[in-house]
Design a protein around this ligand. Sequence first.
Ligand SMILES: Nc1ncnc2c1ncn2[C@@H]1O[C@H](COP(=O)(O)OP(=O)(O)O)[C@@H](O)[C@H]1O
Ligand SMILES: [Mg+2]
Length: 230
Amino acid sequence: METMIDIIDVSKSYGKGLPAVNHANLHVDKGEFVFVVGSSGSGKTTLIKLLMKELDSTSGQMIVSGERLEKMKHRRVAKYRRKLGVVFQDFRLLKDRNVYENVAFAQRVIGRPTRVIRRRVPEVLQEVGLAEKYKSFPDELSGGEQQRVALARALVNRPDILLADEPTGNLDPKTSEEIMKLLEQINERGTTVLVVTHNKEIVNAMKKRVVTMHDGVIVSDEKEGEYHEA
Ligand SMILES: Nc1ncnc2c1ncn2[C@@H]1O[C@H](COP(=O)(O)OP(=O)(O)O)[C@@H](O)[C@H]1O
Ligand SMILES: [Mg+2]
């Protein structure tokens, strides 16, 4: 198996007190689907930010898609982040641009030629089930549709890893289930997926690997796991 994420004895402290991430070890192979669960304040978002290199660890090693994060030079970070697609609870779309432009923007910033963008954006909108809404603006879409746009934007540059921090936190149960099924399909097409969630019902129904955090510590890591209240 090819390694996609290797987190080795990683800690992150913001200041005094308990570290937000405390001697974490996590190994994820290419093509895996992983849920990260745990109560509020357990360190899940900090873990995502470490993976994004939005934060630097206090100690330990992280190797993500073949890159050593703690040694990475500042000028390499933007290029590293192209290997990641990231979605959040609050979608973070550009409100003054339509669906097509929100997705195309992610290609424009890395200099993709227009002819590539014109082919790729409809393709990725099709993958998230939103092909016909390309002209809509974010405030004309439901929450679930907005998250599909955010997913299309995250995927348009074909990242190695999709990171999702509570992607269904603002969605009703039925829409949440649809988005999680979509994440599963994205994973089945080959992208490694790591999803932080509080959605106990869905985690228990999907029978995926479940990593549980509590007070910064990874307290369990189970194949076909369940949501534990740690
Ligand atoms: N920017 C920050 N400055 C100081 N403490 C922080 C900061 N961000 C998070 N924390 C603390 O780190 C711990 C983990 O937070 P977080 O990673 O956001 O947890 P989760 O996403 O699981 O709710 C919490 O105790 C939180 O208060
Ligand atoms: Mg969080």
